[in-house]
Design a protein around this ligand. Structure first.
Ligand SMILES: [Fe+2]
Ligand SMILES: [Fe+2]
Length: 178
């Protein structure tokens, strides 16, 4: 398909994906995780009251998947190095907050799949946004500044690839809910 034949919206989405890929491969890892916080917030806000609209619903579904992958990346690949560096206390707080978020992600997934009441979806999404508003600044101030120096090149490369195209193993749940 030539560029001329392509739907303009599809073309714009491809350009945005390319830009995101380029940034993720070149910027510090901490910046990629911070950017993903904003992208996930935006996706939830886009879909919170618009699940009847296919594109807004897709934005919410993408944000839910991205947040599950983000939590997986932090818990399995980032936090162990931070814990070893003496940050076990803050890491434990983050794990507890991930568990609260994960339960709301399950609720949102169920409501989307079952086409549940819009009010319940609204409440679950805003509950999640409230948790993220308290959680993300703590990671950005206390934990992320350590990541660029603590993780070796290989670990950083694995995390970058995960942010770009990976997903948690099937059935994976956050640590505090096992
Ligand atoms: Fe987190
Ligand atoms: Fe995070």
């Amino acid at each position: 398909m030539t560029t001329e034949e392509r739907n303009p919206q599809e073309h714009t989405a491809e350009v945005v994906m390319d830009q995101r890929r380029d940034r993720t491969l070149t910027e510090p890892l901490s910046a990629s995780f911070e950017r993903e916080h904003r992208e996930i917030d935006d996706g939830i806000l886009t879909g919170v009251d618009g699940a009847a609209d296919p594109s807004r619903r897709a934005a919410l579904v993408d944000a839910v998947c991205a947040l599950r992958r983000h939590i997986y990346a932090e818990e399995e690949l980032m936090f162990p190095a931070l814990r070893d560096a003496g940050l076990a206390g803050p890491v434990l707080v983050m794990l507890r907050e991930h568990a609260q978020m994960w339960q709301l992600l399950d609720t949102i997934d169920q409501l989307i799949t079952a086409d549940g009441p819009a009010e319940e979806l609204h409440d679950a999404c805003h509950g999640l946004l409230d948790l993220l508003a308290r959680h993300n600044p703590k990671e950005e101030v206390i934990l992320y500044p350590q990541v660029d120096t603590l993780l070796d090149l290989r670990a950083a490369s694995v995390l970058r690839r995960l942010l770009l195209e990976g997903e948690p193993p099937a059935g994976w749940r956050c640590q505090q809910l096992r």
